[in-house]
Design a protein around this ligand. Structure first.
Ligand SMILES: CC(C)(COP(=O)(O)OP(=O)(O)OC[C@H]1O[C@@H](n2cnc3c(N)ncnc32)[C@H](O)[C@@H]1OP(=O)(O)O)[C@@H](O)C(=O)NCCC(=O)NCCS
Length: 159
């Protein structure tokens, strides 16, 4: 999975401090993420982590979280690449549907194919996750995508 000088990789324990710093500077919570490091992806450039995304599995439902690109690297397609890779990962782990919460990037995810979901429609097992708990009283929007509805042209950015 190469892409110029950056490459996409699985996160490991030694990435934790950089991940926390990236998420904090991006205004995203880290609660509960550590136990999902095996299903966290990062974009590396040398020893630096430029971006991240994580998948939490809850039966056939997945939660996409912690999508962040360092401020100076935004606008180069890394965010889209990470989001698509997270969908691939969720599918390979057996997810049928992927949910997410966002306060700042709903339109980014709609362009990939996510659709708005009323909170009461979110499966109970996802609502119990720390990500939902930490954002539950906020203005975060909930979006979801059925992996069977994925559109390659939309994901490639051909709107
Ligand atoms: C959201 C985020 C990951 C996007 O990363 P990025 O690398 O800049 O995204 P890309 O370069 O792949 O952008 C793809 C497209 O989405 C658009 N876009 C980027 N961020 C967006 C946002 N927050 N809202 C709406 N559209 C956005 C870009 O303008 C680009 O549009 P284009 O194809 O017309 O040029 C990044 O802005 C970020 O880390 N934000 C802070 C953390 C956050 O909000 N994460 C999401 C919640 S989990």
């Amino acid at each position: 999975m190469t892409g110029g000088e950056n490459f996409l990789d699985s996160a490991g324990r030694s990435d934790w401090e950089q991940l926390v710093a990236l998420l904090a500077s991006s205004g995203l919570p880290t609660a509960g993420l550590e136990e999902h490091l095996p299903t966290t992806l990062v974009v590396r450039e040398g020893d630096r982590i430029l971006g991240s995304v994580a998948i939490e599995m809850y039966g056939s439902d997945a939660l996409l979280r912690s999508l962040a690109v360092s401020a100076e690297c935004r606008g180069r397609g890394l965010g889209r690449r990470l989001a698509i890779s997270a969908l691939d990962l969720a599918g390979s782990l057996g997810a049928a549907r992927v949910y997410l919460l966002t306060e700042t990037a709903a339109s980014f995810f709609r362009r990939i194919g996510f659709r708005d979901v009323p909170r009461p429609d979110v499966p109970e097992r996802l609502r119990g996750s720390l990500e939902f708990a930490s954002l539950c009283s906020s203005t975060a929007e909930v979006l979801a995508l059925s992996l069977s509805d994925r559109s390659p042209s939309r994901e490639a950015g051909q709107m």
